[in-house]
Design a protein around this ligand. Structure first.
Ligand SMILES: [Fe+2]
Length: 134
């Protein structure tokens, strides 16, 4: 399965959309590596990227929300923290046991299920709010 950039992911705020595009690219690289049977070789790099990129991306979204006084900021930020916790736990599992299929599957689930759902639901709410400000 390869994810495509579709309108239901697009939020209409260019800076955020561009960052989300990079995340989708990462997810696709991981999925492709898995299809080629190279999941284990790729998972370490993907984890590093997911950790650093997602954290940076969350900070920039959070900055935007604060700037515009987004009313659900605290709630949204707690979702980001949940992802950060999960990906950090996965990273330390990786550091301890090395690449395993279980870690590959967990990373896939985290990236595909969590991130895409988050973009479609929570980030979309932020985008509608910001756009409503005109
Ligand atoms: Fe977000």
């Amino acid at each position: 399965m390869v994810l495509e950039w579709t309108r239901d992911i697009e939020l209409g705020i260019q800076s955020i959309d561009n960052q989300h595009k990079e995340l989708i690219e990462l997810i696709n690289k991981v999925l492709e590596a898995c299809n080629l049977g190279k999941g284990k070789e790729t998972v370490g790099v993907a984890l590093d990227f997911a950790t650093s990129y997602a954290f940076k991306h969350f900070k920039s979204e959070e900055g935007l929300m604060r700037e515009r006084n987004y009313p659900e900021y605290v709630n949204h930020k707690s979702f980001h923290q949940e992802f950060e916790r999960d990906v950090t736990a996965l990273k330390s599992e990786f550091d301890q046991v090395g690449p395993t299929i279980s870690i590959v599957l967990k990373l896939n689930r985290l990236l595909v299920d969590w991130l895409i759902k988050h973009i479609k639901n929570e980030d979309r709410k932020v985008a509608s709010f910001i756009k409503s400000l005109g």
